[in-house]
Write a new protein. Structure first.
Length: 330
């Protein structure tokens, strides 16, 4: 685990001393947008037009943020247009690596680089900041378009529609205020909440993260006891953003990040909703529990010094969600 400072790699764990033991996520650095015609998006520079074969996605199959982008690539039929490289799940003193020993780790499909930081340095030899996945890479300009998953999935949702003819819309105009409000609470208390609990180095910081996390899980369980999906009556970005955290919850966050008041299977509606999304066409293929468990349990020696990967729990993700009655009752 480390970061780049003016082009130099420094092996440093998150510094929680200055913040009373609280984990504070860094602001994402690369914020350009792919648009249908290459005009500038909401942030960054223009010049990134949606073209088949031009962009490459660097992901970890362990990472919930990267997983969102793989899900949108699948949902939007982008696999023939956007290629993918998968990093090794173990992230230690050199950060993410392109080692290929672990099943499913592909190496760097473009340049054969040893580490993900080398890709950041290819984009900017004096880059500073954390070296994170996902990365959306432009093969034409040899630079990073974006390393912000929330924005990459927005691009995937619509920018390539002219190429693919896939008009499925997971951020429809009429639902945007509702989706934005759901995302804001879920990001703060659940997606990032589990990290705040897991990386806390003081009891206060841990307690501050756990209470809102479980309040939000109760709130979500209540929503899903009345309707099939979080926003409106269709599956939306809000569902997929929550899904990648819920998928990992019982396998890693419950034990490794000490989010152990309840497991997801203790919430019948949330657990059934999660299985329904897992069973959505194309989604199970984006899930790799080997990468997920080995990454977390073996990459954070301050939390799990032995690096032992526990085997449980046994969960049947293919069990029928049985949510049809709920849909009809609306
Ligand atoms: N804001 C980023 C966060 C991505 C992120 O934190 N990824 C983690 C993996 S789950 C990472 O690469 N961490 C490496 C580090 O912090 O040094 C996004 O959502 O795209």
């Amino acid at each position: 685990m480390g970061l780049l400072v003016d082009g130099q790699w420094q092996d440093k764990w998150y510094d929680t001393k200055a913040s009373g033991g609280r984990f504070e996520r860094s602001v994402t650095a690369w914020r350009n947008w792919v648009t249908p015609d290459g005009s500038a998006g909401p942030s960054g520079q223009g010049g990134f037009a949606a073209e088949s074969g031009r962009y490459h996605l660097y992901v970890s199959l362990a990472c919930p943020w990267a997983h969102r982008t793989l899900i949108f690539r699948a949902l939007k039929g982008l696999a023939p247009h956007i290629s993918v490289s998968v990093v090794d799940p173990i992230m230690l003193e050199n950060g993410w690596s392109f080692a290929t020993g672990f099943p499913g780790a592909t190496g760097d499909g473009l340049y054969g680089l040893p580490y993900l930081r080398d890709l950041y340095l290819r984009a900017d030899p004096r880059a500073s900041g954390r070296v994170t996945v996902p990365v959306l890479w432009d093969k034409a300009r040899e630079t990073i378009v974006s390393n912000e998953s929330a924005e990459i999935i927005r691009m995937f949702n619509s920018a390539f529609d002219g190429l693919t003819g896939n008009r499925a819309d997971f951020y429809p105009r009429a639902l945007r205020p509702e989706i934005d409000a759901l995302n804001a609470r879920i990001y703060e208390t659940v997606n990032n909440g589990v990290y705040k609990a897991g990386f806390a180095t003081s009891q206060t910081a841990y307690d501050e993260a756990i209470a809102p996390l479980y309040d939000s899980l109760d709130w979500i369980e209540n929503i899903l006891s009345r309707k099939l999906y979080l926003a409106g009556d269709q599956v939306s970005e809000a569902d997929w953003r929550l899904f990648t955290t819920i998928l990992r919850y019982d396998a890693v966050y419950h034990t490794h990040f000490k989010c152990n008041r309840y497991q997801i299977r203790d919430y019948p509606n949330l657990w059934a909703w999660a299985r329904a999304l897992y069973q959505w066409p194309g989604i199970a293929e984006t899930v790799d529990f080997g990468h997920i468990t080995h990454h977390y349990y073996r990459s954070h020696p301050t939390i799990n010094p032995s690096g032992i990967v526990p085997t449980g729990p046994v969960l049947d993700w293919n069990a029928a969600p049985n949510r049809e009655q709920l849909g009809k009752a609306q």
